[in-house]
Design a protein around this ligand. Structure first.
Ligand code: C2E
Ligand code: MG
Ligand code: MG
Length: 722
């Protein structure tokens, strides 16, 4: 109840979307790439800018210096002319000496500037102009010295004449060359600065381009990460609210919607129906056809439930084979029941799964707001309790919640607790039901059936507790003890003279697959001394189909111990002939479902015929279970059934009461004649009944008269035409 069943594979599409580690990795990778790119771009940009700035600085420094030097030279050259003119006009010798000192200083300033200029990077044109200036200066300087000599010798007129005719024109040529040099220097400076500006511009462009690219990539990465993260987030959100197999809302979303429905219903004073749906015998489909088929069935049921309800109704899957449906805005309970009927019919329609036709029913529990409660959790719990009742009263039905059910649920809980101590307190006992060979009329074997001798509730049948034992896994230790008891008891019957009596012990799936099974059987046989051939283990078809190869291997291991193996409830599972052929079986037990109407239902009769012919083909013995009437017995005998078991012969009884039944010749009791010569010597032919021995050794002292039941049977045996 209210548990998720394992084994449902999540939707592969969902699996593809949600990989939290993947998007985290993408996020990290995106940011690292962007960071590296930005560092790279910044480094390149800075380097480019530095180069451009250096160039610019160089251009500025060199060309400024060049211009300064050229200007200094020009000024010196002009001043030189002025000094010579002033010398020629100055009569005072002291003043003349001062002028001469300045003239010579001016000469050295000119020389130093020129020297420095030559050391700077010059263009070819600049070098040519400087060389020209050098030549012109070389030509003008001797003239100037000549003028100074003439002035010093007071030949002023001659000096002025020389100044006017030669010295000044020559000096003007020097100045003109310097002026050209200055213009050239300016031109070169302009070109250099323009180049530097271009480089700088280029660096700036590169910086913009690269940082723009980095930004774009960063933007793309961020957009991608954002999209990916939001997609993963949406998928995670969906996963947390959606059942991955069916796409229906899961429990979380369901509870939320149920609460909203209750709020709406309170406002509009309407009813809300909560239906808890559980598939009947779903485990058998899963065990027999595998989880993939089980999943397919679940999906199909989900679709049918969705189709059977209105769009505004809530259909959710709680897990395993449990669904829940909420119908709101309902005026009368009968409207809820109409939906329920529709869902029962929808689920019960045949399914095509794994190329087979399958039938599946469901049990539905219903709680109604506000009659049963106003809390969503309580309503769900009550619907679940009601579903449990629907299930225990026969499945494929619905059940409205009744407060009395709570007490029953508590009782079940108490039973589960009691079950925990039952094994330690030896409360499990065996009853035995005879299987009669119609050829000999003797009890050929007995089936051991467990009962729980509950301290307060009395004798309980397996229907009440077997499932709980299986759920908790206690079935393994309980089964082991029962097997030992059955073997010991049969040895006592052998000792009492029924030396060919066989005992059939039921095994559940958990017991069959338990790794200690072979050892348990060996121990039970060894400790009791029961010959292995007298022990028969009954397995259901579902077990065979769970894992075919492993099951074949295990049955071989059991057979190797010398025991016999039978298929119980044959015909109710989904096993096919081809599969059965792979198992080394001994007996097929026809399920009582087919026996029930055999004399009226031609389909059941045909089925039994085919099972009997199958058992003949496979050289298996057959046993018909659940014979309740003389008519069924007669019918089965006519069909060729060899061994029969059922209430008509005897109910399962404690060992002590079986003694009288073992010595009985049943054919007269059935009003049947010994029609066929026994194929094998009946075990009963050798018997020496010691009933007193049997009652002493019987494990149970409970009084349960099979003969009385037999006598009280309303169906009086009729004479059979032989
Ligand atoms: P099963 O192995 O198919 O046993 C036959 C069941 O049918 C028994 O129910 C038996 O009492 C009942 N039965 C026999 N004849 C008739 C009849 O004529 N009419 C009707 N209506 N029923 C008849 P029981 O004892 O309640 O056992 C139910 C199931 O519980 C068994 O079905 C078997 O699968 C399981 N079981 C019983 N004992 C054990 C046990 O010791 N270990 C395990 N693992 N399972 C057990
Ligand atoms: Mg059985
Ligand atoms: Mg059976």
């Amino acid at each position: 109840m209210l548990q998720a069943a394992p084994g449902n594979n999540p939707n592969p599409a969902m699996r593809r979307i949600v990989r939290p580690s993947a998007w985290k990795f993408a996020l990290l990778a995106g940011f690292v790439t962007q960071l590296l790119l930005l560092i790279f771009v910044t480094a390149i940009g800075l380097q480019q800018l530095e180069v451009a700035t250096d160039k610019l600085n160089q251009v500025v420094d060199v060309h400024m210096r060049k211009q300064t030097l050229t200007k200094t030279m020009m000024v010196s050259a002009r001043e030189r002319t002025i000094f010579i003119l002033m010398l020629s006009k100055t009569p005072d010798s002291v003043e003349r000496d001062n002028l001469l000192i300045q003239f010579s200083k001016n000469g050295s300033a000119f020389g130093m500037a020129r020297q420095e200029l030559r050391g700077l990077p010059l263009s070819i044109r600049e070098q040519e102009l400087l060389a020209l200036q050098g030549q012109l200066t070389n030509a003008s300087q001797p003239l100037q010295l000549q003028v100074i000599d003439l002035i010093n010798a007071d030949f002023i007129e001659a000096a002025e004449d020389l100044i006017r005719t030669q010295a000044i024109p020559k000096q003007n040529q020097v100045i003109a060359a310097l002026s050209q040099l200055d213009a050239e220097a300016q031109k070169v400076a302009l070109e250099a600065s323009s180049r530097a500006r271009d480089d700088h511009e280029m660096a700036r462009k590169w910086l913009f381009l690269l940082s723009g690219t980095a930004l774009l990539i960063g933007f793309l990465v961020a957009a991608f990460v954002f999209l990916y993260a939001s997609r993963a987030g949406r998928a995670r959100e969906r996963l947390s609210t959606e059942d991955t197999l069916t796409g229906l809302p899961n429990r979380m979303l369901f509870m939320d919607r149920l609460e909203q429905s209750l709020i709406r219903a309170e406002r509009h004073a309407t009813l809300v129906g909560v239906m808890f749906i559980d598939l009947d015998r779903f485990k058998r489909v899963n065990d027999t056809l595998g989880h993939a088929s089980g999943d397919q069935l679940i999906c199909e049921v989900a679709q049918r439930l969705r189709a059977a309800t209105r769009a505004e109704d809530i259909v959710a899957r709680l897990g395993g084979d449990e669904f829940v449906v909420v119908v709101g805005d309902i005026a009368e309970i009968k409207h809820i029941l109409q939906v329920v009927e529709k869902m029962l019919a929808a689920v019960a329609a045949p399914y095509q799964i794994a190329e087979r036709e399958l039938f599946c029913s469901c049990s539905i529990g219903i709680s109604v707001y506000p009659h049963d409660g106003d809390d969503s959790g309580d309503l769900l719990k009550y619907a679940d309790t009601a579903m449990y009742h629907a299930k225990s009263s026969g499945r494929n039905r619905f059940q409205l919640y009744d407060p009395a059910m709570n007490a029953m649920a508590e009782e079940r809980l108490q039973l589960e607790t009691d079950l925990h101590y039952a094994l330690g307190r030896n409360e499990f006992i065996l009853h035995y039901q005879p299987q009669v060979d119609l050829d000999t009329g003797r009890t050929h074997a007995v089936e051991a059936l467990v009962r729980w001798n509950h301290p307060n509730k009395g004798l309980l049948s397996p229907a009440v507790f077997l499932e709980m034992l299986e759920e908790t896994g206690q079935i393994v230790s309980v089964g082991r003890q029962l097997l030992e008891t059955a073997c010991h008891q049969t040895v006592r019957w052998h000792a009492a003279g029924f030396s060919h009596l066989e005992v059939a012990v039921n095994l559940s799936s958990k017991e069959f697959w338990h790794e200690g099974l072979i050892a348990s059987v060996q121990t039970a046989l060894a400790q009791s001394g029961l010959p292995p051939h007298a022990l028969q283990l009954e397995l259901t078809e579902g077990i065979f189909m769970e894992s075919m190869d492993a099951a074949v291997k295990r049955v071989h291991e059991l057979k190797a111990l010398g025991i016999t193996v039978s298929v119980d409830d044959f015909g109710t599972g989904y096993s096919s002939l081809a599969h059965l052929k792979r198992f080394p079986l001994d007996v097929l037990k026809i399920d009582r479902y087919f026996v029930k109407d055999v004399q009226h239902d031609p389909v059941n009769e045909a089925l039994i015929r085919s099972i009997l012919s199958l058992s003949q083909d496979l050289k298996l013995k057959n046993v018909a279970e659940g014979i309740e009437t003389q008519a069924q017995l007669e019918c089965l005998r006519k069909l060729g059934c060899q061994i029969v078991q059922g209430y008509f012969i005897s109910q399962p009884v404690p060992a002590a009461q079986l003694a009288t039944l073992l010595s009985r010749d049943w054919l007269p009791a059935f009003n049947l004649a010994h029609q066929v010569q026994p194929k094998r010597q009946s075990s009963n032919a050798h018997r020496h009944t010691r009933a007193s021995d049997l009652s002493e050794s019987a494990e149970s002292t409970e009084v349960h008269s099979a003969t009385q039941e037999q006598d009280a049977c309303p169906m009086k045996p009729k004479l059979l035409p032989t």
